[in-house]
Structures are given as structure tokens and as C-alpha cells.
Design a protein around this ligand. Structure first.
Ligand code: AMP
Ligand code: ZN
Ligand code: ZN
Length: 401
């Protein structure tokens, strides 16, 4: 009997080890504002290798608005911003008179803003350890809503250190090792805003990030995990040239002090006093030039941007390359920006993937970022949430059969 139990225990532990060993690994890398066509500038030799040995999409379509926080959440939850709740980098809750701001550590860690389930939560609940070396929403102060391992956002953290941190997690003993890891780099966003997408500075940023991709593979080689890890490179959105000469002063057009204005640049949230909504809308509609104005309920369907109570009564979307401003200051002083209509190709990012679960030398058209969450669930063979907007059918064909 004793022998039998021992045999059973041995059998169980072997099968658990085999099962754990066969779980896939995925590193999800985000290059902020790495526009889809930066890959065609012949300055990205490391990323080019992925194109040849893995999957590459023509572009990755962000969700609207094409901004950082809404789209990192869309990627990780499979939902449109109006559904996952992070509708902008900055927005207000008019009912509680509180403001969400990506630079406000308390706000970004407060779980009440986040309505979607991030992939790390889905995965952890189904027995997969996860980690995040930065990702908007990864620092929520509710332990079961964040990855097992995470880092508090530090803009200045050297990129090599971030890669080193990812490798340290992969070097953990099997039972502690995360199988899903995110990591984030901002270089193309910073330089793209400051100098514009076609500047030498942005090209330098592209090269820097390509070197980081090279470093990541070199380090995976060193720990002998190159062949077992899937690496997915995405960007949250693209970048387009803007100019001080192409601004529209929305406050001046409205001509009223009864209005609150949030955000600005490619998209502006206009919140008039309740009884003034139609008047303000009509003025903005009459003067509609280089922008589109919508009542919240009439935002075009393809934006999927109306069924969240924090979206303002009136939404202004600037034409590509234009900026909506107020009297206070020019809301944007740089040479590049994003946030515009997500169907504009300039707002599209990249999607590259390589590893055991992906086809090789496979090129496809535009993919949608909301479909990455169901793709990750498929790779790990776990159940996705059923309330998502993403669809596996639109992306599944890039995986090995
Ligand atoms: P955007 O205004 O959409 O261009 O936002 C880009 C900025 O988002 C970057 O420059 C970062 O400073 C910031 N950012 C990115 N990820 C995080 C994070 N996890 N926590 C706080 N800020 C972040
Ligand atoms: Zn961004
Ligand atoms: Zn940006």
C-alpha cells in the first residue's frame, strides 16, 4: 500500500512538472508610439529578423482615442476604452468630482477606474504566473488584479535594466517563474512628440528600441530560452506631424465661460452646463472646420466611444495633424501627436511576433489591438472573459496549427 501511494505521488509530481514545463512563455513588449511604417526605414535590423522568422502585420490598429493609457488597457483587456473605462490619459468623473490622470500615482493605482479584466488577472486565476515590467494598470492596489511580480513606473529606469529585470524573472526556479511578462519602452513616443515622426531624433529613438530588441534576444540566448519563449512586439499607437499653425481654439468658438474643457490636441472633451449642451453643440457644429464635433450619443459607431458615463456631453475630434486648444495655453507644443481617429494609418502601430507558437515568415494585413487578449488566452489555452470586444477569429491564423 505504502509503495502504491509513493508510486502515485511520484506519478503526480512528474505529470505536474511535465505540465508546468509545457506551458508556453510570452513576453509582450510595448514600444510606445512606434508607428507601423518605422519598420520600413531600413534602420531596424533586429526587428527585420523577426519579420523574416516570425509573424509581421502591416499595422496594428489602436482603439479610439489613440492614446497611451486607453490602448495599453485595450491590448491587455481586449476591450474598447468605453468598456474598460480608461477613456483617455486624463478624464474626470463628474459624479464624484474626481480626476484620473496618468501622472497621478494614486489615480492610476486605484482599481475603481479599471472596468476590464487584464490578461494577467485572467491568467493568474487559471494557474499562470505573470509579471509586468511596467504597463498602465499593472500597479492597481488590489493584489488579485495585478501580476504576481510588477514594478512601479519609473520613467528614467535605464532600458537595459528593464531587460535585465525580465531576465531575472525568467531565471527564477520553475515554480516561481512567470510565464507571461510585459515590458514597456517610451523612446519613440518622447522623441516623436518633441521633434515629429520624420525627424533624425525619432530615427535615433527607433534605432535605440531596435537595439533593445536585439539585446532581449541576446539575453534569451544566454539563458538558453530563445527557442522556448514567444516574443510579441506591439505599439499602442502611431504618431503624426502637428503644427502651431494648425490649431483650433474651441473655447474661443464656444465663447462661454460655462464650459469645462478636458484633454485637448487631437481630442477634446467639452462639458457645458446641462442646459447649455445643445447651444454649445450647435455653435461648434456651425463652425466645424478642421475638426468634428459630436454629442456623446452620436459619436460614430466605429469609434465605439459613447457608452461610458465619464465621456463628456460633447466630444471634439481634430482632423489629422490639427490640435484643439483653449485660451489657457496651446495644449500641444511639440511637433508630433496622436489621439486622432484610429482608422488613420498614421495612428497605427506595429505587431511582430516570434516563437514556438507563431508561424514563420508569415506576413498579414492590419490586425486590431483588442484581439491580442483572446490571442494570449488561446496561446495559454485558458478561458477568456466573455464580455470582451476582441475576437479570436480575426487573429488566430497567425498561430501555428
Ligand atoms: P501619451 O501622452 O499618450 O503620449 O503618454 C505617454 C507617456 O505615458 C509616457 O511618456 C510615459 O511617461 C507615460 N507612461 C507610460 N506608461 C506608464 C505607466 N505605467 N505609468 C505611468 N505613466 C506611464
Ligand atoms: Zn503611447
Ligand atoms: Zn505620446
Amino acid at each position: 500500500m505504502k509503495k502504491m501511494i509513493l508510486f502515485l505521488l511520484l506519478y503526480l509530481s512528474i505529470s505536474i512538472t511535465v505540465f508546468a514545463g509545457s506551458k508556453p512563455y510570452v513576453i509582450l513588449v510595448s514600444f510606445d508610439a512606434f508607428r507601423w511604417d518605422y519598420l520600413n526605414r531600413e534602420i531596424t535590423p533586429n526587428l527585420k529578423k523577426i519579420k523574416e522568422n516570425g509573424v509581421s502585420a502591416l499595422s496594428l490598429r489602436p482603439a479610439f482615442p489613440s492614446k497611451t493609457f486607453p490602448n495599453h488597457q485595450s491590448i491587455i483587456t481586449g476591450m474598447y476604452p468605453a468598456h474598460h473605462g480608461i477613456i483617455a490619459n486624463t478624464f474626470s468623473d463628474p459624479f464624484n468630482k474626481t480626476i484620473y490622470r496618468m501622472g497621478d500615482t494614486n489615480a492610476v493605482r486605484n482599481g475603481r477606474w479599471y472596468l476590464g479584466e487584464a490578461f494577467w488577472e485572467t491568467a493568474e486565476r487559471q494557474g499562470i504566473k505573470t509579471a509586468s515590467y511596467f504597463w498602465p494598470g499593472s500597479e492597481i492596489l488590489i493584489p488579485y488584479r495585478r501580476p504576481t511580480y510588477f514594478e512601479e513606473y519609473d520613467h528614467e529606469r535605464p532600458y537595459e535594466k528593464r531587460v535585465e529585470g525580465v531576465m531575472d524573472w525568467l531565471k527564477l526556479p520553475a515554480e516561481k517563474r512567470p510565464h507571461f511578462i510585459t515590458v514597456y519602452f517610451h523612446e519613440t513616443d518622447t522623441q516623436g512628440h518633441k521633434f515629429g515622426p520624420d525627424s533624425p531624433e525619432t530615427n535615433q529613438a527607433i534605432k535605440t528600441l531596435d537595439n533593445i530588441a536585439g539585446l532581449l534576444f541576446q539575453k534569451l540566448d544566454e539563458i538558453k530560452m530563445r527557442d522556448s519563449v514567444n516574443v510579441i512586439f506591439v505599439s499602442d499607437h502611431g504618431m503624426t506631424e502637428v503644427s502651431q499653425e494648425r490649431t483650433i481654439n474651441i473655447e474661443k468658438i464656444v465663447g462661454s465661460s460655462d464650459c469645462k474643457f478636458f484633454d485637448g490636441g487631437p481630442i477634446m472633451f467639452v462639458e457645458p452646463n446641462k442646459e447649455k449642451v445643445n447651444d454649445v453643440y450647435n455653435i461648434l457644429k456651425k463652425n466645424e472646420n478642421h475638426y468634428k464635433v459630436y454629442l456623446r450619443d452620436e459619436v460614430p459607431e466605429y469609434f465605439h466611444f459613447n457608452d461610458h458615463p465619464f465621456i463628456s456631453q460633447i466630444v471634439v475630434v481634430a482632423d489629422l495633424g490639427w490640435s484643439a486648444i483653449t485660451n489657457k495655453k496651446s495644449n500641444w507644443e511639440g511637433k508630433g501627436n496622436h489621439g486622432f481617429d484610429n482608422n488613420q494609418l498614421d495612428m497605427h502601430g506595429i505587431f511582430l511576433a516570434i516563437g514556438p507558437n507563431f508561424k514563420k515568415n508569415y506576413h498579414t494585413g492590419t490586425l486590431w489591438n483588442i484581439d491580442i487578449y483572446p490571442l494570449l488566452c488561446k496561446i495559454f489555452e485558458i478561458f477568456p472573459r466573455t464580455n470582451i470586444d476582441g475576437k479570436l477569429d480575426r487573429i488566430e491564423f497567425i498561430l501555428n496549427e
